[in-house]
Every structure is written in structure tokens, then in C-alpha cells.
Design a protein around this ligand. Structure first.
Ligand SMILES: NC(=O)c1ccc[n+]([C@@H]2O[C@H](COP(=O)([O-])OP(=O)(O)OC[C@H]3O[C@@H](n4cnc5c(N)ncnc54)[C@H](O)[C@@H]3O)[C@@H](O)[C@H]2O)c1
Ligand SMILES: [Zn+2]
Length: 377
């Protein structure tokens, strides 16, 4: 997974949101430019880094060094993992920022994966009624998805991401070299979201991924390209529909099924989010084919590509198994509003042509799941 460090021109993707617009800077080795970029944006700002223990061990020293002369508070380090998106850890982060005298005009730097981005971003949204923050995403999922778009949240006992705010960062610095230390399984899980952008609206990108995914994994220039295309796609969707009243929902391709599988597996290492999304996207295409919207050949093409990268594509691959169709349907209905027995799914009229279908009958999903659960790989 490692590749030699080399200096390359970073790619800049703009998120156009009027006065809340910001740049996503993507490149190998660009962490070193963090201090310069922050100083250019907020010349007198103090900075507080929020990170987790794992990322802290690997990348905190380099990040502090990259801040150069900037006045930095004692870093706030929380345990790694989803459990940190909780009220007690959130309280600790808020109090630490206040204790460090981070004021309006100062900056919070979220150094980590989606957990840190969501947690630190939400703390930044509410401490002193709103601090600016910079995302330094360290997982593939965070570089292509969670660091872009301003959704921040922690989890409630009733479910994930139920307490949060829309709060856009002022800058995203995505150094692709930081992904070299990411466990292969985490990288692969993040890749499911990369493939998702092709499947939603960019058939040419999906075809490019089929040809180039190995280089994306290996860390060649294809990695930067794949991340940039993904960010451009998300940035465009977010700029058109920041608060998800319409088309931003397309980004949930594979997520209605996927969330149910994740919940069934107890949000555990049995099934990572991206792995659940891989299964969910195959299901979304298979359900589309059942409705005569996509061809069987296209479903197989989607499945074959995801499987080639090592992602699960059959429900039988979930370690420990999944519950029956009724229970899965219950989980889907819990996650989504059900209107007169109808569910909303993101379906596709072929690769690169996803749409919001609000008329999916619960019975139709149930019989579909029964079929899928019976399949063996
Ligand atoms: N805000 C959004 O729009 C949005 C979108 C998608 C997902 N999310 C959220 O993102 C979270 C998942 O994010 P994630 O998959 O990045 O998980 P994560 O932040 O838990 O990171 C996964 C694991 O990898 C470790 N890690 C991170 N960077 C590393 C690196 N460079 N080297 C080695 N180890 C590293 C972490 O310590 C952690 O153990 C979920 O809570 C999800 O709800 C948010
Ligand atoms: Zn996702």
C-alpha cells in the first residue's frame, strides 16, 4: 500500500456555497503545506487539533510540524472508533476547546477519519456558537465523503448521527499519503464510496475505475484522480442541495439496504460501513433489474468490479450471517420514513443513472430480500 513520496501539483476542488465556499486540496505529501494554507486563510488564528489515538500516533507529529509558527493548543485526543461519537466524548472535546481558549476566529483542525470529522465538526459548530474548522481527512472514506459537505454529528442511543448540525469546514486538506498507513480493509471499505459516485451519475468514471482501481489502491497518481473526481461529484451535489431536500439523497445509493445490513451486524467489525454499502449497491442494482430498469449484465458488471477489489457482494459473505427478510425489512423501515406502505430507495436505470424512487412497496422489498438471502456466492 505504500508508494514513494513525491511532490506533485495538488488538485483543488471548489465547493461552491456562496460565502461558505471552500477548497478541497488533494495531493500526495501536501500535509506539509497545512500551516501555510491556514495562515493564508486566517492569519492570526490559533489552532486546536482534534484527533484519535491511532491517527495521533501516526500523524500528529507531522501535523504539528506542518503548522510551523502557528500558535497551537494542546491537541485533543479521543479513543479511536465510532464510540467516540458520543455525548461524553463530545462534552470532553467541547470543554477541552474552551479550556484551550479557542475563540471565534480561531480554528479547529479535525485530523482523522469520519468519526473525528463528525465529532470535531459538531464541536466546532456549537462551541462559542460556532468556530471555523479545517478537515484533514485520514481515511479514504473521509477524503471522498465525510469531510465534504458539512454534515456533522454524534450518535444517540436511538441511532447514529441523530444529534448534529450542518457546519461547513473552511478548508479540506486531503493528503493521499496519509492513506498509506490505513489498514487494507478500511481502504477497501472507503473505495465502495468512490465506486458509488460512478454508479450514481458518471458511467465513464465507473469504467475508468474498472481499468485503474489497482493503481488507486497502490497509491499512484490514479489515487489522487479518483479522490478528486469523487470530491467534485459530491461538491456539485452539495452545492445544489446543501440540506438534502432533493438530489443530495442520491448520495445514499446502496445506503438504505446497507444501513440495515450494518445494523443487523451490530455496527461491528463483522461488517464495515463501506462493506455494507457494497452489498447495498449490488442490491439496489439487482432490485432495479427486477423492476426492468437495469439489465442483468449491468448488475453483474457492478458486482464483478466490487468483488474484484475484495468487497463483499453476496449477503452470504457477512460474517456471522444476517437475520431473515422480515427483520431486515423492520430495520429498513426504522431507518426510513414509510409513506403509505411505500419506501424510498435510490435505484438506477443503468450504471451512472441513479434516481430517487419513492414508490417501492415493502412487500416487493421483502420478496427481493428472501431471494437475495438464499443466494450463495
Ligand atoms: N459527515 C458525513 O457526511 C459522513 C459521511 C459518511 C460517513 N460519516 C461518518 O464517518 C464515520 C466513519 O468514518 P471512517 O470510516 O473514516 O471511520 P473512522 O474515523 O473510525 O476510521 C476508521 C479507523 O481507521 C483509523 N485510521 C484513520 N486514519 C488512519 C490512517 N491514516 N492510518 C491508520 N489508521 C487510521 C481510525 O483510528 C479508526 O480506527 C461514521 O461515523 C459515519 O457516520 C459521515
Ligand atoms: Zn456511506
Amino acid at each position: 500500500m505504500t508508494a514513494p513520496l513525491r511532490a506533485s501539483e495538488p488538485i483543488v476542488v471548489k465547493v461552491a456555497l456562496g460565502e461558505r465556499s471552500y477548497d478541497i486540496v488533494i495531493g500526495r505529501g501536501i500535509l506539509a503545506s497545512l500551516g501555510r494554507r491556514i495562515a493564508a486563510l486566517r492569519p492570526a488564528a490559533r489552532v486546536a487539533i482534534v484527533s484519535d489515538e491511532t491517527v495521533g500516533r501516526l500523524w500528529l507529529a507531522a501535523t504539528r510540524e506542518a503548522l510551523g509558527d502557528i500558535d497551537a493548543a494542546v491537541p485533543v485526543i479521543v479513543p479511536a472508533g465510532e464510540h467516540s461519537k458520543s455525548f461524553p466524548v463530545f462534552e470532553r472535546v467541547c470543554e477541552a476547546l474552551i479550556d484551550a481558549r479557542i475563540e471565534r476566529g480561531d480554528l479547529v483542525v479535525a485530523l482523522g477519519g469520519g468519526v473525528i470529522g463528525d465529532l470535531a465538526g459538531f464541536a466546532a459548530a456549537v462551541v462559542r456558537r460556532g468556530l471555523d474548522y479545517v478537515q484533514v481527512p485520514t481515511t479514504l472514506l473521509a477524503q471522498v465523503d465525510s469531510s465534504v459537505g458539512g454534515k456533522t454529528a454524534i450518535d444517540s442511543r436511538y441511532g447514529k448521527n441523530l444529534v448534529g448540525a450542518f457546519h461547513q469546514p473552511v478548508l479540506v486538506v486531503a493528503d493521499t499519503a496519509l492513506l498509506d498507513t490505513l489498514p487494507a480493509r478500511e481502504f477497501r471499505a472507503g473505495y465502495a464510496e468512490v465506486a458509488k459516485y460512478g454508479l450514481i451519475g458518471d458511467a465513464a468514471f465507473f469504467a475508468w475505475l474498472e481499468a485503474n482501481w489497482r493503481e488507486v489502491f497502490a497509491g499512484g497518481p490514479a489515487r489522487e484522480h479518483a479522490i478528486a473526481v469523487s470530491c467534485r461529484s459530491k461538491a456539485l451535489t452539495v452545492s445544489r442541495d446543501e440540506r438534502e431536500t432533493g438530489e443530495r439523497a442520491l448520495l445514499n445509493l446502496g445506503h438504505t439496504f446497507g444501513h440495515a445490513f450494518e445494523a443487523a451486524a451490530g455496527f461491528s467489525h463483522r461488517l464495515l460501513h463501506g462493506e455494507a454499502i457494497s452489498l447495498g449497491m449490488v442490491c439496489a442494482f439487482a432490485l432495479s433489474a427486477k423492476r426492468g430498469l437495469a439489465s442483468a449484465a449491468e448488475v453483474e458488471r457492478v458486482r464483478r468490479h466490487l468483488a474484484a477489489t475484495g468487497l463483499p457482494t453476496h449477503l452470504s459473505e457477512v460474517a456471522g450471517g444476517l437475520p431473515d427478510a422480515d427483520r431486515l425489512l423492520e430495520l429498513i423501515a426504522q431507518d426510513k420514513k414509510v409513506k403509505r406502505g411505500k419506501l424510498t430507495f435510490i435505484l438506477a436505470r443503468g450504471i451512472g443513472n441513479a434516481f430517487i424512487a419513492s414508490d417501492v412497496d415493502a412487500g416487493e422489498v421483502r420478496s427481493f430480500l428472501i431471494e437475495k438471502l438464499a443466494e450463495r456466492c
